[in-house]
Write a protein that binds this ligand. Structure first.
Ligand code: ADP
Ligand code: MG
Length: 664
């Protein structure tokens, strides 16, 4: 953190905002890559319509005049002389530029064209004429309190300093693929020169990322081979009385997986198993039963969820499922009061807690188990390979089970989770209705509102999903704008709540509880809702900008509804002809959907929007970049097994792999 504060323009306040973006060091900052690039070319004014984006260069014709509208708002106007005539320019909050905008100054204006008045409302002014080639501008994901532009400035500051970037690609591999220097790639991705060089930079960075990932996988596998686990003697019949009390019978796959897990627990090898199954296939019950079996054999267990909401939900469910048993279950989340945390720590080390459920707070330093025997992590794809390594290092070689609702095809699974055994629940419990999925365009909002209205009249509840929290990219919906609009349209017959990842835990909890208790009928949310949340009375989910999400992610979101025998609906707002979206319309099987998703990995459209989701890579995408993954896998394997790995010149690679395994 210290190092960030040493940068020009970054004070404690900005530091906080940067932290929210996951940036805690200069190293993080320069690896905070743009999520897309904008190509800036001079507009042909004659072909522009009213309201179109315009990019035009020219010279300042008169001294700009500035008026102050409110405390935080000013408006500057001047005339721009161009090859096509003179245009009045208006720009807000750039009064500080006034001294630079002398008469005759060459500038490029980016803004919106007002055809009727032949004027321009500018969003940006660059103090130069456009060159003959297009400018490629990096655009960064941001949050409130920082603009893409500011981020870019901070990054430039670092690039212009003597900061040294570590490179982790061995020289012979760099040569093999004609990759760029690390330093040049970092510069190129933040200040692109040409499309070709930018692509090479991106490929280089992706390759490095995947190469390191694969090295870690080899390391994990190597560790695993040497690991002995806890040997125990659990009888699956010991679980019968609990299973008999369930309000349903377990599916064949559930029973099969449970047996496999019990076998793993009993064997003297350390379990390292991935349990994958579609949303709603009943993985959670298997997790609870495994934790119970582990408890019966005399060990503590922990269950880690990716969000506080989920952790709490699991906790409540497990407590109620085992209310007649002596098992002690506790909930630990990051936001707990220090004194409450301390109580939990104490009970834990004294063995008075049998199962600890929580977020990754479970693995913070203060958490010391008496005899940890089983660790389960839910929605494992949310956690990176480093976290996997961290779990491996906690306690006395506990058995580890990962749950994932993003089933991935076997070839991919073997590569990406090569260090694990894999079990699958392929059948969803019977008696569930399929969710009816339809695509509606944004223009059909009236239809959408009508469908929502129908559900509300039946006293059912609705999820609405938007990609963003607040507006920083105008063509994309954000939760607060939607809240406004839905309040106008449906506010009379429903209460509306908002949920997103930047809210405090208390606020999130409150909203979630209100939704669970039907005090709120429409919940507008970002994808924090994606995983596991269970509200049976919700029968509709409306997903805006659905093209922006991965298919598996959409399928997960859809899994929030259709949780009982009521008719349920998923409305994907997007292009009716979109191939990917239509896969969802025609398909309800998560395995098939993910297979299709993988097959469709496109050309890796550089200027498109990267898919969010499955693995926590900064740049690489496991679908689009599978070829790079395969290369990285082979190369890293050879490297890892060669003596070169231990050469002094590769010490830093060695160190990184080893240190990640312990620290992160
Ligand atoms: P997952 O974690 O795989 O998404 P859950 O474990 O949350 O799925 O299960 C979804 C719902 O199905 C829960 O309400 C659970 O109680 C129920 N359920 C689990 N197993 C069965 C089963 N065999 N038959 C009927 N319902 C089941
Ligand atoms: Mg689950």
């Amino acid at each position: 953190m210290e190092d960030l504060l040493s940068l020009k323009g970054i004070g404690p306040k900005t530091l906080k905002v940067l932290n929210r973006l996951g940036i805690t060091s200069i190293n993080d900052l320069i690896q905070y890559y743009p999520f897309r690039f904008e190509i800036i070319e001079r507009s042909k004014v004659s072909s522009l319509n009213d309201g179109d984006k315009i990019i035009i260069d020219g010279v300042v014709e008169n001294i700009p005049s500035v008026i102050y509208i409110k405390k935080n708002m000013n408006k500057m106007t001047f005339r721009l002389g161009t090859n096509n005539g003179i245009y009045p320019i208006t720009i807000f909050n750039r009064a500080f530029l006034k001294s630079k905008l002398k008469v005759g100054q060459e500038v490029t204006i980016i803004g919106k064209y007002d055809k009727r008045h032949s004027s321009i409302t500018a969003s940006d002014i660059k103090l130069m004429l456009l060159p003959n080639y297009p400018i490629i501008e990096p655009i960064y994901h941001t949050v409130e309190g920082i603009s893409s532009r500011q981020l870019s400035d901070y990054i430039h500051n670092v690039l212009n300093s003597d900061y040294v970037v570590n490179s982790y690609i061995p020289e012979h591999l760099k040569d093999k693929y004609h990759l760029m220097d690390k330093d040049s790639s970092i510069r190129e991705i933040h200040t692109p020169s040409t499309k070709e060089r930018l692509q090479l930079a991106i490929n280089t960075l992706k390759y490095e990322e995947l190469f390191l990932f694969m090295l870690k996988m080899h390391k994990l596998r190597q560790n695993k081979e040497h690991l002995l686990g806890i040997e125990r003697n659990i009888n699956i019949e010991d679980l019968d009385s609990i299973i008999a009390k369930l309000p349903f019978t377990l599916t064949i796959d559930q029973v099969k997986c449970l047996k496999t897990i019990i076998n793993d627990l009993n064997s003297n090898h350390k379990m390292n198993r991935l349990l994958q199954g579609d949303v709603g296939s009943g993985k959670t019950i298997i997790a609870f039963l495994s934790l119970y079996a582990n408890y019966l054999s005399g060990y503590q267990g922990s269950f880690m969820a990716p969000t506080e909401i989920l952790a709490k939900q699991h906790y409540q469910k497990m407590v109620s499922m085992f209310k007649d048993s002596d098992i002690n279950i506790a909930l630990l989340t990051g936001k707990l009061k220090v004194s409450d945390k301390k109580k939990i720590y104490e009970k834990l080390i004294n063995g008075k807690i049998d199962v600890l459920i929580g977020t990754h707070a479970l693995f913070s330093e203060g958490v010391i188990y008496d005899n940890l025997g089983l660790v389960i992590t839910d929605e494992q794809h949310r956690f990176g390979v480093n976290q996997r390594a961290m779990l491996n290092n906690k306690g006395n070689n506990p058995d580890i089970l990962y749950l994932s609702a993003t089933p991935i095809p076997r070839t991919y699974a073997i590569t990406l989770y090569g260090d694990m055994d894999i079990s699958s629940i392929k059948t969803v419990p019977s008696g569930r209705k399929e969710v009816t999925t339809i695509i509606k365009t944004k223009e059909e909002i009236k239809d959408i509102l009508r469908l929502m209205h129908e559900q509300l009249k039946l006293h059912h509840q609705i999820y609405v999903i938007a990609p963003l929290i607040e507006d920083n990219e105008s063509e994309v919906e954000n939760v607060y704008a939607l809240e406004n609009n839905f309040n106008k349209a449906l506010g009379k017959i429903s209460k509306i709540g908002v949920l997103h990842g930047k809210m405090s835990l208390e606020d999130k909890d409150e909203v979630m509880n209100k939704f669970k208790n039907n005090d709120i009928q429409i919940l507008i949310s970002t994808t924090v809702i994606e995983v596991g949340v269970d509200v049976a009375n919700a029968t509709m989910i409306v997903i805006f900008n659905s093209e922006r999400f991965g298919l598996s992610q959409l399928h997960q979101l859809r899994g929030r509804v259709g949780r009982n025998s009521l008719d349920s609906y998923c409305i994907l707002v997007g292009d009716t002809n979109n191939k990917r979206l239509n896969i969802l319309v025609n398909n309800n099987d998560g395995f098939k959907i993910s297979e299709a998703d993988f097959k469709m990995r496109g050309s890796g459209d550089l200027f498109g929007i990267r898919q969010s989701g499955d693995m926590n890579f900064k740049l690489a995408n496991i679908k689009e970049d599978f070829n790079i993954i395969l290369c990285a896998k082979e190369d890293s394997n050879n490297f890892f097994n060669s003596d070169d790995y231990y050469l002094p010149e590769y010490q830093h690679i060695h160190n990184l792999i080893e240190s990640d395994m312990v620290l992160n």
